[in-house]
Ligand binder design. Structure first.
Ligand code: GDG
Length: 725
């Protein structure tokens, strides 16, 4: 059975001298990965601090039976890699703090060395079918290094932090090397669409590689891209937050006092978390709303982080100075406005705080996702939930639709929203919380991991050995033998298969040589040719004038039986209901998109954008798909995004349905089937056929259900001759 190999900089525990055992560490990545539930065997590879006895790690079994493994790393080397390059170069640049970057060649060299050690270790333990999932910026170079050792490995990379605008990333001296290494992976994932967009534009601006937002085609790999917002083990948080231990802790700390409201902050003490903005907004709130003095308290957990780095020492000093200032200004004998804890707290205390506090205030300047706000939502009592105030600059802002969003740099606005949130009516709190709570119950850390791994598995499966190159001499002979002297049906797509793709669809005429080849094929008594195309019948009739073969036009909506000399209409639904509405939407896009045009068929409308500016065209096409899908959601239509074309068509006009219909009525028992096509619509045809059929994709060997491929359209005619004449 294939395993998941998770690779992160550190393994998720530290050494507890008192018990001579291992203690689980806290942190976003650890919370997310430990929240995953899977039946697969999981091996987690990461480094361990020097004081951890190696034997303990080898014997350690996690709650879900995860196994652990670690590379050997020299202390000084690790320090230069981790504190030197990861924390002093990558972390600030990824969080838009380029002034804090302290780049040096030595640090970069050590970063490379450690990535090399990781790659060697992973390649050594990985078996053939294992899925390798690399985590975060500490391992940016590992995708390339792994593929160099073994190109067959399935490698995914997930970034837990933001990817900045290309204008920021450009400032990094080794910007190209890192991008080039990452795009060796088979799949690269981000929390948020903005990070993906920034990454793609950096790849374009710095490496000159043009790509869509779904895939980067480079000389190294065709790298899929995806958005996978991380999540948590929601049920676990729900359970812990309502446990006896948590409720006891709430009572013990007096957090259930009815005459006081609590605002909570839980952050690592890091400049990216914007703790100073939070304190300033709170100070302003107290100044502007004296009636709340004595009635509200901010509890701020500031988890120590990178405590020996000067910036962090200064940040701690600034935070603590402001805490003292607020406390000096507003404290009373029995009241402290800010309870500040420079430490991490045990998990049940954290749960008690989540459960009891009325507001969670997240003021990050930049934050990849922010798990604290997800945990807080899961921990609320649904009858009387608190309010999440969330920075727009946290990735979570894109998924938590009903949080109160704030720009933490706007102190006045945050202070006003604090007041509104404290006064929000219970029914409205319930409504907002309910929506986010339901989302988290369904979308958990397991869903996050499954989405990423499934995408990676599909991608690599398509790339795998299942798909054969039909031009390989051995394979060609095999297929030839299969069809030799047998009765056969040839299902042939038109555009991109029998003719090359051209700028104007009207110019894609059937060339005389191809026409005579099809005539020859059809004249063999063993062969039936079916042209199966999205084109309308007028156009196809002109191209195949004088050829006696079956014609399936408009994806099979109209079928010509050449033996009976009859056209049949295979679509039963009424197109009048949806056609005008679809036409209106498409016309509007044609007006707004230079170079685009549309084509009306009997059961479909196609919008072509092959002559439009590339990026804009792609963008408009995606938007058009969404508009058509939502505008026509009650009609029996399907919308497809093909090669430079968006097509809306009757659901029954589908090459898959047609193929099934045709085979069941026209093919004889034991007849051999051959199908060839280049487009998304041809995938339905491949899918409808059983495994014994030879299905052939024209184009690159990926994203297909075909069992064979031929890279170039220009080789199709020779291949057909070779196989069937
Ligand atoms: C990175 C990205 C992204 C915090 N204090 C205590 C404690 N914690 C736990 C929380 C939470 C985790 O630490 C913090 O997670 P975040 O997501 O907020 O932040 P980072 O550590 O910076 O994580 C981040 C994340 O990766 C995942 O992709 O969301 O944007 O920066 O789980 O509960 N746990 C305990 N005591 C504490 O005092 N027990």
């Amino acid at each position: 059975m294939s395993r998941w190999i998770i690779v992160s900089n550190r393994l998720p525990f530290s050494y507890d001298k008192a018990t001579n055992g291992l203690k689980t560490s806290s942190g976003g990545l650890v919370t997310a990965i430990r929240g995953i539930k899977t039946k697969k065997e999981v091996l987690w590879i990461g480094s361990i601090p020097n004081n951890v006895p190696k034997k303990l790690v080898r014997q350690y079994r996690d709650k879900d039976n995860i196994k652990f493994s670690f590379p050997d790393l020299d202390n000084e080397l690790y320090d230069n890699y981790y504190n030197g390059f990861c924390n002093d170069v990558l972390w600030p640049i990824l969080h838009y703090e380029s002034d804090s970057v302290k780049f040096s060649i030595d640090r970069w060299e050590d970063y490379k060395k450690v990535n090399q050690i990781f790659a060697k270790h992973v390649a050594k333990v990985a078996k053939k079918d294992d899925i390798i999932w690399l985590h975060d910026y500490q391992l940016f170079l590992v995708p390339k290094l792994l593929k160099e050792i073994n190109p067959e490995l399935k490698v995914g990379f997930f970034l837990h932090v933001p990817f900045p605008s290309s204008e920021i990333w450009k400032q990094l001296p080794v910007r190209e090397e890192i991008l080039e290494a990452v795009i060796h992976a088979d799949l690269v994932g981000f929390h948020d669409f903005a990070y993906l967009r920034h990454f793609v534009s950096s790849v374009y601006n710095l490496l000159g590689i043009h790509s869509s937002l779904l895939e980067i085609k480079s000389p190294y790999n065709n790298t899929k891209l995806g958005i996978y917002p991380v999540s948590i083990d929601t049920q676990d948080f729900i359970k812990k937050a309502s446990s006896k231990k948590t409720l006891k802790a709430i009572e013990h700390y007096g957090l259930n006092e009815s005459n006081r409201k609590y605002i909570l902050g839980v952050d690592r003490l890091d400049y990216s978390k914007g703790i100073l903005y939070k304190l300033e907004a709170y100070q302003k709130f107290l100044r502007d709303n004296p009636k709340y003095v004595g009635k509200v308290q901010l509890i701020q957990i500031a988890v120590p982080s990178r405590t020996d780095v000067p910036e962090y020492i200064k940040l701690r000093h600034d935070v603590e100075r402001l805490v003292s200032e607020i406390n000096g200004e507003f404290s009373q004998i029995d009241y402290i406005p800010v309870k500040y804890i420079f430490n991490s707290v045990p998990v049940h205390d954290l749960m008690a705080l989540y459960r009891a506090c009325d507001i969670l205030l997240v003021t990050s300047k930049r934050d990849g996702m922010n798990l604290v706000c997800l945990e807080y939502i899961a921990a609320q009592a649904p009858k009387s939930p608190g309010v999440v105030m969330l920075s727009e600059f946290a990735g979570a802002a894109s998924t938590l639709s009903h949080a109160t969003l704030i720009n933490p740099m706007n102190i006045q606005d945050t202070s006003l929203k604090l007041k509104d949130s404290l006064e929000l009516k219970q029914a409205e709190r319930q409504r907002r919380h309910g929506i986010m709570y339901d989302y988290l119950k369904q979308y958990t850390a397991t869903s996050w991991a499954a989405a990423f791994i499934n995408h990676l598995e599909n991608k690599t499966l398509q790339k795998g050995s299942r798909l054969k190159d039909i031009q390989h001499p051995k394979e060609l002979d095999k297929v030839k033998d299969l069809f030799k002297d047998e009765k056969r049906v040839l299902l042939l797509d038109y555009d991109g298969t029998l003719t090359p793709i051209v700028n104007n669809p009207k110019d894609a005429l059937l060339r005389p040589k191809m026409k005579s080849l099809i005539k020859k094929l059809q004249s063999d008594k063993n062969t039936e040719v079916v042209i199966i195309t999205g084109r309308d019948s007028n156009f196809i009739c002109k191209q195949f004038d004088g050829v006696e073969c079956y014609l399936a036009c408009e994806h099979g909506a109209k079928f010509y039986d050449y033996k009976k000399k009859k056209w049949r209409n295979l679509v039963s639904s009424n197109k009048k209901d949806w056609f005008p509405q679809a036409g209106q939407i498409i016309k509007e896009y044609t007006r707004r998109t230079p170079g685009s045009f549309f084509e009306k068929k009997n059961y479909a409308i196609a919008w072509h954008y092959r002559n439009s500016p590339q990026d804009f065209g792609e963008f408009q096409a995606r938007k058009l798909v969404v508009d058509l899908e939502s505008g026509l959601s009650h009609f029996p239509v399907s919308v497809i995004l093909g090669k430079k074309v968006v097509e809306v068509k009757s659901i029954e006009a589908n090459k898959g349905y047609f193929t099934q219909w045709f085979i069941s009525r026209y093919a004889q028992d034991g007849e051999k089937i051959f199908a060839i096509g280049d487009d998304k619509t041809d995938e339905d045809m491949f899918d409808a056929l059983d495994r014994k059929a030879v299905t052939l994709k024209v184009g690159t060997p990926e994203n297909t259900k075909a069992n064979h491929f031929i890279e170039k359209q220009s080789n199709v005619s020779n291949l057909l001759k070779e196989l069937f004449l």
